[in-house]
Ligand binder design. Structure first.
Ligand code: ADP
Ligand code: MG
Length: 286
């Protein structure tokens, strides 16, 4: 395309809230075969809310809140809000440790404790009933964190983050173009499947540690150019590994820096609009 056509294209994008870093990015968009989405804050609203607590509610919330005080994860915020609402009082945890993609561990009243997924369970005992309840909640598209104290899983907290209203329409538009859609997430397989089904995503890659997300993108690049859409600090390596990195405008500065395209309105329908724009820009001047 001529420099003028590129200027017109990127200018049009800007008016629609699609900031394109350079003409090369706009051209690559045309060749994308697979669009990969982060889940939290990208497909979903990114404001998780506690919906269910299993086990002895006060104790479960006390331990969970004490540990999550030290975490900056969106799930931690949801748990702290729930504890606040119930006016739960708890002592400060000590020896805090954040474990990426798994949860947090610390001491509560001098005893070992954790809040997180099953990867953090290790040798903590867990009743079969609780295991079943966990799976039921996960099938309802709820992220479930286990709360462990003194080698026993004492309860569960289910946390829901609903899809954005526009996510399903955005994904169906991409599929109508013949593109493959994939969700890449650190969350549990059942939860990811349930959300994917709600919005029509073709393929789910779940339980991926933050450090392994870029590697998953490389594998998908085996079947053509890949766009990755994400918003978090964790997403920066995937955003820069993908052929086109698309960052949410609401995302962290690190994600925005790593993206070749920034979606100001955080609306996933803009991914399809960017494809349209690329097609128009590069066909007009042939
Ligand atoms: P995502 O792909 O949604 O960004 P993360 O890699 O941040 O997910 O986290 C993956 C999983 O690790 C979460 O679904 C949760 O089970 C667990 N986890 C991470 N941080 C925490 C935390 N602070 N408290 C509880 N669980 C956590
Ligand atoms: Mg995210």
């Amino acid at each position: 395309a001529t420099p003028t056509a590129l200027m017109v294209g990127t200018g049009r994008g800007a008016k629609m809230g699609i900031l394109i870093k350079n003409g090369e990015v706009l051209e690559t968009v045309n060749d994308v075969k697979t669009v990969v989405f982060d889940k939290t804050g990208t497909i979903t609203v990114g404001k998780p809310v506690v919906t269910d607590v299993r086990g002895e509610q006060d104790q479960v919330l006390q331990v969970a809140a004490a540990l999550e005080e030290n975490s900056e994860h969106p799930l931690a915020e949801a748990i702290l809000d729930a504890a606040k609402e119930k006016q739960t009082a708890y002592p400060a945890a000590t020896d805090f440790q954040a474990i990426s993609g798994q949860g947090v561990a610390a001491k509560f009243n001098g005893q070992d404790a954790f809040v997180g997924n099953t990867k953090l369970r290790h040798d903590y005992q867990m009743d079969e009933d609780l295991q079943k309840e966990m799976e039921t909640l996960q099938d309802q598209a709820k992220t479930v964190v286990l709360v462990g104290l003194n080698q026993q899983v004492i309860g569960l907290i289910a946390i829901q983050d609903t899809p954005k209203e526009t996510s399903a329409a955005a994904i169906s538009a991409l599929k109508a173009r013949g593109l493959k859609t994939v969700m890449l997430t650190g969350d549990n397989q059942r939860v990811a499947q349930a959300i994917a089904k709600e919005v029509g995503i073709d393929q789910v890659i779940a339980e991926v540690l933050p450090a392994d997300k870029a590697e998953q993108i490389k594998q998908l690049q085996g079947s053509g150019k890949v766009a990755f859409v994400g918003d978090g600090i964790n997403d920066a390596p995937a955003l820069s590994t993908a052929d086109v990195g698309i960052a949410m405008g609401s995302g962290t500065d690190i994600a925005i820096d790593a993206g070749g395209i920034v979606l100001v309105k955080n609306d996933l329908r803009a991914v399809d609009q960017a494809l349209e724009l690329s097609q128009k820009t590069f066909n007009r001047i042939k």
